[in-house]
Design a protein. Structure first.
Length: 478
């Protein structure tokens, strides 16, 4: 009886495992901070390589005493560049990481039972793992631990995977019938915007479909979207899972609860050190005059294309803040390119940085537009900041996100980037008369996002329900 009383006093322990890239790490880290604020003991598990790159890790631990960090091997040596997210890389990482993740969970169990370490973490109540890979579900089932899948993209894109699975499993001749039965199909092109329909037998597509279908085995789905954004898709998504929790925009939900600390914490957990000097440069720019340009953390482009962008930005006549990652180029060493054709820091026309504190940049009143690769985090952050966007999608869900922006919400345009003159023309038109038109539209969408995170809103409520359900899991496991 005494041992049971001790157990009941322990906090529920949630182990969170993100995917390897910044776009997947950030929303899960926001969720980890929110759950830790709710009194849950959180262990955020990264690959060793990413764990070492985390900015301001100590600040996070100080501000969130219930948030703890651990790391495991991804099977690659420290000096591996990890720059290509191809099929062999992703599948190899999953295979290599699985035994390390299992051993980590077993070590928590041993340490708690044996008291082999000082103040061991409580027994693991559940796992929240990125649904991009399925091995955490395999491990959870082997160890008898409940698991939630986290989906970093939209419900619409998730449904595309389920539709692709049906096409593969049934008959390609029924492709049109299956696509037409999918909600929100009017957003797409002839086929599904996130897929090349001619290559459904490619191993990469087959792998992604298998990994996505595995998410159905989880105890629930945590979805990085807003009820009001995807009302037509969510009922169909919910039919595949025992429970679905829509909790976006996570960064805004977190900032609303942090208050004055939000600016301090904005860059914590980034894999790059943000150049905050650009904020001083923004202070000197006229209201809504600056075009912010960032292609996210993964997209790579050619040197010639980068130069076309540079010339277009300069010739547009509008000041710009441009994020150019050191690893952005496909075909050249960025250091030599910077020395020859670019200048990091302020220039006559703009400011170039390796990485920027994006939330703060978008919230600055000098920023009037955002040229983006259309990653879902960037789209969410631009909506919350009420900044219209120019979409330049490159792969995956970015094409679906572009459809939302251009066709459904009408808060931006798609970029035709075939050469510098077309890029320049788009920027001039967008930052000219179109900007104010789009701003009125983005204000309406931003209000929906704000309502969702306010008390009584859908995301606010779903986060509370997630916390309650996790606490119930601990009670049942006693």
């Amino acid at each position: 009886m005494e041992m049971r009383m001790v157990d009941e006093e322990q906090q529920p322990h949630v182990v969170i495992l993100p995917h390897l890239t910044q776009g997947h790490i950030k929303p899960l880290l926001c969720l980890a901070q929110l759950l830790s604020q709710s009194g849950l003991y959180i262990t955020f598990v990264n690959a060793h390589h990413n764990h070492k790159r985390f900015a301001n890790l100590q600040a996070l631990s100080t501000h969130f005493p219930n948030l703890h960090f651990d790391s495991i091997s991804d099977g690659l040596p420290d000096d591996h560049p990890r720059s290509r997210l191809d099929f062999d890389y992703i599948s190899g990482i999953s295979e290599a990481t699985k035994p390390h993740f299992k051993e980590l969970l077993l070590s928590y169990r041993r340490n708690y039972v044996d008291h082999s370490v000082f103040r061991p973490p409580p027994p693991v109540t559940c796992i929240i793992a990125d649904g991009v890979v399925s091995f955490p579900i395999d491990v959870a089932e082997e160890l008898g631990i409940p698991i939630f899948s986290f989906c970093a993209y939209t419900a619409r894109y998730l449904l595309e995977y389920f539709t692709i699975a049906k096409i593969i499993q049934k008959d390609n001749d029924k492709k049109d019938e299956l696509i037409n039965a999918m909600p929100g199909v009017d957003l797409g092109h002839e086929d599904l915007p996130g897929f090349d329909m001619e290559n459904l037998d490619h191993p990469r597509v087959q792998l992604r479909v298998r990994e996505t279908l595995a998410m159905k085995r989880a105890s629930g789905l945590i979805l990085n979207t807003i009820d009001e954004f995807e009302a037509s898709c969510l009922p169909h998504t919910k039919s595949h899972f025992p429970k679905v929790y829509t909790v976006a925009p996570l960064h805004a939900l977190l900032n609303s609860r942090l208050g004055d600390r939000s600016q301090v914490m904005a860059s914590d957990g980034s894999l790059w050190n943000a150049d905050k000097n650009c904020m001083t440069w923004l202070d000197s720019q006229p209201l809504r005059s600056v075009l912010y340009v960032s292609f996210g953390s993964v997209v790579k482009i050619s040197h010639s294309h980068l130069v076309e962008f540079l010339h277009a930005l300069v010739e547009s006549g509008h000041p710009f803040l441009w994020v150019i990652r050191p690893d952005v180029l496909l075909d050249k060493d960025m250091d030599s390119v910077i020395r020859k054709e670019f200048q990091v820091g302020p220039t006559r026309k703009g400011y170039i940085v390796d990485w920027a504190p994006q939330e703060q940049v978008l919230a600055h009143n000098a920023v009037g537009g955002f040229l983006t690769h259309s990653g879902w985090n960037s789209i969410m952050e631009s909506i919350v900041a009420r900044v219209p966007v120019i979409c330049w999608p490159q792969f995956g869900d970015q094409f679906v996100n572009k459809e939302y922006i251009v066709k459904l919400w009408k808060i931006g345009v798609e970029l035709d980037a075939r050469d510098g003159s077309t890029i320049e023309a788009t920027i001039k038109t967008f930052m000219g008369y179109q900007r104010d038109e789009f701003r009125m539209s983005v204000d309406k969408i931003a209000e929906l996002a704000q309502d969702s995170i306010s008390q009584g809103g859908s995301s606010y409520y779903n986060l509370e329900m997630l916390v309650k359900d996790i606490k119930k899991m601990k009670m049942y496991n006693l």
